[in-house]
Design a protein around this ligand. Structure first.
Ligand SMILES: *[C@@H]1O[C@H](CO)[C@@H](O)[C@H](O)[C@H]1NC(C)=O
Ligand SMILES: *[C@@H]1O[C@H](CO)[C@@H](O)[C@H](O)[C@H]1NC(C)=O
Length: 287
């Protein structure tokens, strides 16, 4: 299934202040990890001292302040929430999640192997099942199914490639006494399910009268929407444009872009990617 290939083309936008100010010493330190050969942590923060973020400024904005401890503000501070519409999977009145993908502040993707090999777990489904968040596993199955039928593979891939790049979730950002091994994995997925609920695409589209149309097997899609209708509906809901992704005319994904205030308060920003739809076939699910 959709490996996160599509290019993150910069549309000429450079986040203000992203690279203007020299790095604070703490940020320089991570550029020379002493185990850099076996473990490229250049986008993780494993080499920094522990920082319990009880003194984090609450109004820091990702990509707009430098020198802030990466436990307090995500260093890879421009993120994409990708939700998918696959007529074979998930509730008939909900988009399902593909992932939340941190990019660099310049809009580039991070390394395909993720940012922390030490936390490249292979059993993410188990970690979720065993977590203290007892509703998480059911919620994941409902709102984050793999459209290949292998949820452990899918969730593991998303965690390793993207979750490990969320610097605020590094174990060094937790209090040693209360940290439960791998708790950040469950927290990563829960926070994204919460985002999906908050940025509920089905509801936003529905509020503008955009509802799934009847499936017409074997025919060219008839009842299509325009890209502009889709974008306007989402702009009406949240004040920003999405990126809308299709295969042919068939709707596949809607991407919303975010920056972060404080550690984890996501707010939508204008998109940095490309649309791949013209007419959009948004078909009823068969589930
Ligand atoms: C997942 O695998 C890790 C080792 O990679 C192990 O430490 C951990 O206990 C496993 N967790 C579960 C819930 O199976
Ligand atoms: C969709 O919109 C209709 C009418 O505007 C409303 O009655 C219904 O509750 C909405 N459904 C959802 C899931 O938001």
């Amino acid at each position: 299934m959709h490996v996160h290939t599509p290019l993150f083309v910069l549309l000429g936008v450079i986040a203000s202040g992203a690279a203007a100010v020299p790095s604070a010493p703490a940020l320089i330190a991570q550029e020379q990890p002493d185990n850099a050969i076996e473990f490229d942590n250049s986008n993780g923060i494993g080499e920094l001292p522990r920082h319990i973020p009880d003194t984090c400024p609450i109004d820091t904005i990702s990509c707009q302040h430098t020198g802030v401890d990466p436990c307090c503000s995500p260093r890879n501070g421009l993120l994409v929430l990708a939700q998918q519409w696959d007529t074979r999977w998930g509730p008939s009145d909900a988009f399902t999640v593909h992932g939340l993908w941190p990019d660099t502040c310049e809009g580039s993707q991070l390394p395909g192997g993720g940012c922390d090999r030490h936390r490249a777990y292979t059993n993410v489904s188990h970690i979720i099942e065993e977590s203290t968040d007892t509703a998480l596993y059911d919620d994941m199955n409902k709102y984050w199914p793999s459209n290949k039928g292998d949820n452990n593979w899918f969730w593991t891939h998303e965690w390793v490639k993207h979750g490990t790049c969320v610097t605020t979730l590094h174990p060094r950002c937790y209090d040693t006494d209360s940290y439960i091994s791998q708790q950040e994995v469950a927290e990563y997925f829960r926070s994204i399910l919460d985002l999906r609920e908050k940025y509920n695409l089905f509801k936003a589209l529905n509020a503008s009268g955009i509802v799934p149309t009847e499936q017409m097997p074997g025919r060219r899609p008839k009842n299509t929407y325009s890209l502009q209708q889709f974008k306007q509906a989402i702009r009406d809901a949240w004040g920003v444009d999405p990126n809308v992704k299709c295969r042919g005319s068939r709707l596949q994904e809607v991407w919303l872009w975010f920056k972060v205030r404080g550690r984890d308060s996501y707010y939508p920003v204008e998109p940095w990617g490309k649309d791949t739809c013209h007419r959009i076939s948004y078909q009823r699910k068969s589930t």
